[in-house]
Design a protein around this ligand. Sequence first.
Ligand SMILES: Nc1ncnc2c1ncn2[C@@H]1O[C@H](COP(=O)(O)OP(=O)(O)OP(=O)(O)O)[C@@H](O)[C@H]1O
Length: 613
Amino acid sequence: MKEQILIVEDQFVEADYLRLLLEQAGYGITGIARSVPQAQEMIQQKRPDFVLLDIFLKGKQTGIDLAILLAADNIPFVYLSANSNEDVLNAAKQTQPYGFLVKPFREKDLLVALEIARYRHAHHVAARYHKETLIRRQLKAIISDSGDWEQKLLKVVRALQAFIPFDLFTTSLEQAFLKCYYRIGFDEYQAIGVHELATITGKPAAVHPLPAKAMYYDEAAIQTFAGFQLKSGFEIPLRIRDGQAFSIGLYSKRPAAYAAEQLELFESIQVTLIQTIEALLQDTAQPATSSAKPPKELNGIIGKSHLLLNVFDQLAQVAPTETAVLILGETGTGKEKIASSIHDLSNRRNRPFIKINCAALSPDLIESALFGHEKGAFTGAHEKRPGIFERADKGTLFLDEVGDMPVELQVKLLRVLQEMEIERVGGRETIKVDVRIIAATNKNLEKEVADGRFRLDLYYRLNVFPVTLPALRERKEDIPALAYHFMNHFADKAGRKLSGISESVLKKMMVYKWPGNIRELEHLMERSVLLTKGSVIEEMPLPTVEKKDWVADVEEAAMKTIAENERDYIIAVLKKCNGRIWGPGAAAEILNLNPSTLKSKMKKLGIKKEYIH
Ligand SMILES: Nc1ncnc2c1ncn2[C@@H]1O[C@H](COP(=O)(O)OP(=O)(O)OP(=O)(O)O)[C@@H](O)[C@H]1O
């Protein structure tokens, strides 16, 4: 059946020209709307497969207003606009369009944009379907798993994390919190019972009136959880059997983490979730035993800051799919490491992972490097050579520094991505390839597009699932773990034994801005290990940090994380000591605290000993 398109364009001549082009290319047209209300009316009458949308229209409302409604209705749309300045592009990007065409455009550009939109939409739908099926299956399996209700609830928490990420998970039954889970690592949670929560929140009975409908919360509305540094939340009441009032709350350290999309996802699994919760509640009478599982790390990537955990969640979601991924981040933030992790976590893991640095190849060589060449294709081509696309067949191709690819080549790359077939340089035959594309750049691609250095259509084709890596200075809490990781690595390599890093060096590292991010840290640790004579690293040749930055940073770090740092630190030490508080080498001794002071601190911070193992 013909795909049906609605054109939203107030210029009569342009709209008619579009209609003609699209009909010639085999599309059906559901109508031409000149304003947002008119478009809404037409959509009511006949739902289109795609909408082509001008930004400035007749009437008060713009194409961006309509886009918000289309996104909520899951109707894919492509903007057509004469305006390609960065601000408009940014505002349009917020609405997550499936493409953007700058007028005037050629017929070919329009058809390619629609092809790309189809690809992006299909992947969006497929990824969502994949997620929903997976979580339903996991929830059903939990009901028949062994274990008490708390162990099962923790499994529900883990399953939901990959579905809709959170830092704190709460369950409430009849005006009272039942059990909460605070995320402390990629797959690690601290369970918080009613009493601990009452201690943390300072509200004796941890009373919690349940909302009548799904609610989004901002920072001010979740003061109950002050100390957890949460910025937004989302709570949804679930109608369980016997009319009991039950709710699940998800809270995040990111502001505005939840919106209509998450609510919709949640609603899509609600029936299965209710069945699981009902089964768990029947078991609540059983006593709980320890519910902790050994901590997991994601593919050797070090870090537990909430910004990095958010990246892990995205990886867990996208890795098993076939979707193209675009990794953004400053130099040295780990883009290549993340790309290879996506490959390792995907079904292509036993096939090649091939990297090409788009900035390092000369423009005349890059084409034959990518697509291969036939014998005699150019001087020096003594024999036939397969290109990277062929070598990566059934595997993953990592296009590093994609923002530096010459514009002429971008057109060719786009064609290959669209058709998944290549032609060797000097060859006539087309060869089918099957590669998953992961691209990375440290450039601001939108700016590159606005400045005419990067093709908008290629940008949309690559930017299906963007993952932004935080700079190291934004996740300073990960610095000690990374430093120790590299210290051990380089000490092993040098056949040395080092026992630690001095307080003052760590302090200096915490306030330094790390423009070269993890790579810079890695190099500095390598040098320091080689230069250290004793067993502790006491010196680090860091560029000088301005005193005023120093003070401000220390204050900021202190204000931000006192309670949280303390909680994390105590848990980490307790884990090291297998939960032992008293005795030589036990937690109290390491923390230099009186055991009873440690116990009361643990109580105050809601740390339960049995969740430590
Ligand atoms: N979270 C992490 N845990 C441990 N090692 C890491 C982590 N992230 C990055 N690294 C290491 O840091 C170094 C730099 O990472 P990587 O090369 O992936 O960065 P990049 O963002 O691709 O850099 P560029 O933009 O310069 O290409 C590598 O040696 C990598 O193994």
